[in-house]
Design a protein around this ligand. Structure first.
Ligand code: ZN
Ligand code: ZN
Length: 418
């Protein structure tokens, strides 16, 4: 494993990788002088971890603390650990994370794991471990979804992930291709990535300004296998691109990002919808999801693959069957145009309109940072241990905005802004 990781990291353009590290720190986090940083990453991503640590300290970071996960260690658990241990999680670690966030520590996550790592393991154990982990992670997750501090997610081209995306290539070609795809989508393959991000943030801002001016009460999605009306939460606000965390830092939580998104009303979603891309969820692939909503709740769920895991996810808690996010992404977005299926939500959600099951974002409400959880719930915001995005957009989807008086405004036609 170590040898392979080292061999692969030499295939990745070191200059672009270093620019990705710089963009993660300066655009993604906008890390402030004196601010601490907590970073999680797979072991394969060490070259990026080191670059980020360097740029973080250059930006004046107080203390950078990396936490590494390892695929072999994860598999060792599934194959050797006692059965009862699958209902446990490292709660002490997440409590420590929550404490760090309360003390204004920024959070950075590097993704790049094998999307199918757990595909061959016992789905019961996977579901139990996921549930235990979600529950234990809650105190820390609350501070992330509440946007208490500046946070960011970036990607590193792990070998197993690259092989899944470019399955007909040999491993080294696949890693090179995935690295270039990540650099291009993350806008670090241009001369001045920091300026490119400022321009991109401006474009997304124009979209959110228009939607916030319209104040639609619902969106109607229509396409193959989809006829879905998504009521929007009372006092919802559209977000996209750079936004301000509660600690006052303007950051880009996702790199890349192409979406504008807001909060659906947890009780006002009706109709049926079909996924347009497979969802990779904690090592399991869930494909061709088809669900039916009644009064905001999923009452019927099917999938051609991973249906058992999907239904387990939906049973996590009451909010897992309701929506916490709706996001608009044009079919012509650069990630969509690349034609690459990344099997990774950070990328695939930015190639396509999507919805998320579970927890809503309080920042997607007008004055959301001042609302109590009770007020957010009263305005239609959903609450859950999970937040899982899945893709429903395509070149065939039409979306209408529905005003309070019932009149309609075209928002998307054939997958593009109308
Ligand atoms: Zn989203
Ligand atoms: Zn989401």
């Amino acid at each position: 494993m170590t040898l392979a990781a080292d061999a692969n990291s030499s295939l990745i353009d070191p200059a672009k990788l270093d620019r990705l590290g710089e963009v993660a720190v300066r655009v993604g986090l906008n890390l402030q002088p004196g601010q601490d940083l907590l970073m999680t990453a797979p072991t394969a991503a060490l070259p990026l971890v080191r670059s980020i640590a360097k740029h973080a300290y250059k930006a004046g970071a107080g203390l950078v603390t990396p936490l590494l996960s390892d695929e072999e260690v994860t598999l060792a658990r599934y194959r050797n650990a006692p059965d009862a241990s699958f209902d446990r999680a490292a709660g002490w670690l997440y409590e420590g994370m929550a404490k760090a966030f309360s003390a204004n520590t920024a959070r950075l996550a590097i993704v790049g794991d094998n999307p199918l790592l757990l595909a061959g393991e016992d789905p019961q154990k996977v579901a139990r471990a996921n549930k235990a982990n979600s529950t234990a992670y809650q105190p820390a997750l609350e501070k992330i979804v509440g946007f208490d501090i500046n946070w960011n997610i970036v990607a590193f081209p792990g070998a197993a992930w690259a092989k899944q995306v470019f399955s007909s290539d040999d491993e080294s070609t696949a890693v090179k291709k995935l690295a270039e795809a990540i650099f291009s989508a993350s806008r670090v393959d241009v001369a001045d990535p920091i300026a490119a991000w400022a321009e991109h943030n401006k474009t997304l801002r124009q979209r959110t300004d228009w939607l916030n001016g319209e104040r639609f009460s619902a969106l109607h999605f229509k396409g193959p296998g989809t006829d879905l009306t998504i009521g929007l939460a009372d006092g919802h606000e559209w977000q996209g691109g750079a936004s301000t965390a509660k600690n006052g830092v303007v950051c880009n939580a996702n790199i890349p990002t192409e979406e504008v998104f807001t909060t659906p009303h947890a009780l006002r979603v009706d109709g049926h919808v079909r996924s347009t891309k497979p969802l990779s969820y904690q090592g399991t692939l869930i494909d061709e999801i088809a669900v039916r909503f009644e009064a905001g709740r999923i009452v019927e769920a099917k999938a051609s693959r991973g249906e058992e895991v999907l239904n387990k996810v939906l049973d996590t808690d009451e909010g897992a069957r309701r929506l916490g996010e709706v996001a608009l992404v044009p079919h012509s977005s650069p990630i969509s145009k690349s034609g690459i299926l990344f099997f990774n939500t950070l990328f695939d959600e930015n190639a396509s309109c999507h919805i998320a099951l579970g927890q809503c974002y309080s920042k997607c409400f007008v004055n959301g940072d001042k609302l109590t959880p009770e007020q957010i719930a009263a305005q239609g915001g959903n609450k859950s241990l999970i937040h899982i995005d899945w893709m429903i957009g395509s070149g065939q989807i039409d979306i209408d905005g529905i005003r309070a008086d019932g009149s309609r405004v075209p928002v998307f036609r054939q997958g593009e802004w109308a």
